[in-house]
Ligand binder design. Structure first.
Ligand code: ASP
Length: 305
């Protein structure tokens, strides 16, 4: 059975401040992207193609912290991280601190499929993207006025902030296709006002992104340093593989470890049997998924969807 879940970041999404038209626009974007990807899966797309498609659509959408609309580092530059993983043989590709390739997730996929490596960083990653024909854009293409304002505020207050504090977010997708294969992809601009060169959990395989047909596909969002310190995505896989935990139990336990160190965020995950889990320990997580009856569902707060 086909399964799909996407996220657009988890964090402090306050109903009072956020509600109304703006909230509606986010819900519509999540619904459109979930529906378009689900249609593709129903027409025979592989899990890998589906997660790449969903993340590309999210990267194009300026509401979310990935691709166009990514947050800015302390130099005012969008430096992005992304990863993709194929659950069939645990093949994976990742890029870190890249700046000019229009679709970071496709660059990660190209690393997986067209190099002997798992991760490329910085200018080397973009140069490789250009060499295999991936669209290159001026660094300004990624920058929106909202992100400039966000950076100015963070710099004034001397803080490095999770994008979610400003109600935007990192993006990701997990899918199970009709053949039972799993895949995961995640893409982000990281944290506002981060040090140039900072790399978060997103491209670190086993922290922000993971897929293994035997257990689960996972994409995380939250304070990346804590997700790295707890090997969050791999922790979910390991609990399922070694103790036989089901996905719900494993995902909640892994997130508890993140929380016990002081980290907040959430994950979207799909198990080999098609179970979907979407736990988060922050007030909100933008999410869309397809439920057991094939309906597209959207949620933002703890109590909706
Ligand atoms: N996990 C991302 C990072 O730390 C941020 C996010 O999820 O919004 O780079």
């Amino acid at each position: 059975m086909i399964r799909l879940a996407i996220h657009g970041g988890a964090g402090v999404i306050d109903r009072e401040q956020f509600g109304g038209d703006r909230e509606q626009r986010y819900r519509e974007a999540l619904r459109d992207i979930t529906t378009a990807t689900h249609d593709r899966l129903r027409n025979g797309a592989s899990a890998l193609d589906a997660v790449e498609l969903a993340v590309r659509l999210l990267e194009d959408c300026p509401y979310f912290n990935a691709g166009h609309g990514a947050v800015l580092n302390s130099d005012g530059v969008a430096e992005m991280d992304a990863a993709v993983m194929d659950g069939r043989e645990r093949r994976c590709g990742a890029v870190a601190a890249m700046k000019t390739t229009r679709y970071p997730v496709s660059l990660a996929r190209a690393v997986m499929e067209q190099t002997e490596h798992v991760m490329l960083a910085g200018t080397g990653a973009d140069r490789f993207g250009a060499s295999v024909g991936l669209e290159q854009v001026d660094a300004d293409y990624f920058i929106t006025d909202d992100r400039r304002r966000q950076l100015t505020a963070a710099a004034r207050e001397g803080r490095i902030s999770l994008d979610h504090d400003e109600k935007y977010g990192t993006v990701g997708a997990v899918a199970r296709d009709a053949d039972g294969h799993l895949a995961a992809a995640t893409s982000t601009g990281g944290m506002t006002n981060k040090l140039p060169g900072r790399v978060g959990d997103t491209p670190v395989i086993g922290s922000g992104t993971w897929a293994d047909n035997a257990t689960c596909a996972v994409s995380g969002t939250g304070h990346g340093e804590y997700f790295m310190r707890s090997a969050m995505a791999y922790d979910i896989h390991a609990r399922m593989a070694y103790t036989g935990d089901d996905l719900d139990v494993a995902a909640s336990a892994a997130l508890k470890t993140v929380a016990s160190m002081g980290g907040s965020g959430g994950v979207i995950a799909i198990a080999a049997d098609g179970t979907v889990a979407l736990p988060f320990n922050s007030p909100g997580m933008y999410r869309g998924w397809v439920d057991a009856s094939g309906e597209v569902r959207i949620g933002i707060y703890q109590d909706d969807g």
